[in-house]
Design a protein around this ligand. Sequence first.
Ligand code: 13P
Length: 255
Amino acid sequence: MRKPIIAGNWKMHKTIEEGEKLVNLLKRQLYDLEDIDIVLCPPFTHLAYIADMLESSNILLGAQDMHWEDEGAYTGEISAPMLKSAGCKFVLIGHSERRQLFGETNETVHKKLTSALNNGLTPIVCIGENLKQREEGVTFALVSEQLELALKALQPERLKEIIIAYEPVWAIGSGKVASSEQAQEVHRYIRDWLSKNYGLSLAQEVRIQYGGSVKPDNIAGLIAQADVDGALVGGSSLDADSFCAIVKIVRDPTS
Ligand code: 13P
């Protein structure tokens, strides 16, 4: 049984003060939830403050990106050991906005994934097709290529240390969520790909999140799918009531 995981990707939203306010509201509403991983990924500047606020709570901290070197002359970059020392347990890698706007490639995704694992961070590896690729019918080919190049030479016993986020680019920030069937179809494909490359039992352990316009009113259908193990939430993670509603529905779909 895979433990569900909901992560909030704040992207470039909220000042530190606004972030602290949101975290206080989330702690109040989510403090007694167990058997679910709840992760917040605020901007870098907020991490150490929020880590303090989350100490001894059931909410975990993640970052939105990292550099693959531990240290060096890379002005403006943040490394895995720095994230670790700021209190992070997770890190998003290869988000489509990084790929589209900031030159992230499958090769840099691979280097970041390796560094995250070597430094004890859990990478959430983001993959997914854009609208043109979906319309051209190359979604599966693209997803396998992204997986193959990101996970290249990953030792099988490390597979369960990673999380995959399937985020169709056309569904991100567009209000156009993938239907539950569309999500399940690709999640199933991803798990089959993992199974082919690492064996069924290891593939069964990997958590695969869906991301793209997740909201309280569409999460139930998504989480009911056999291969959807949680969500990576953008816009709806900026509002305490929406994010908490999503977490609670995933924790207890019958509620
Ligand atoms: P939205 O939930 O705003 O569509 O963003 C999804 C996303 O990109 C999460 O990483």
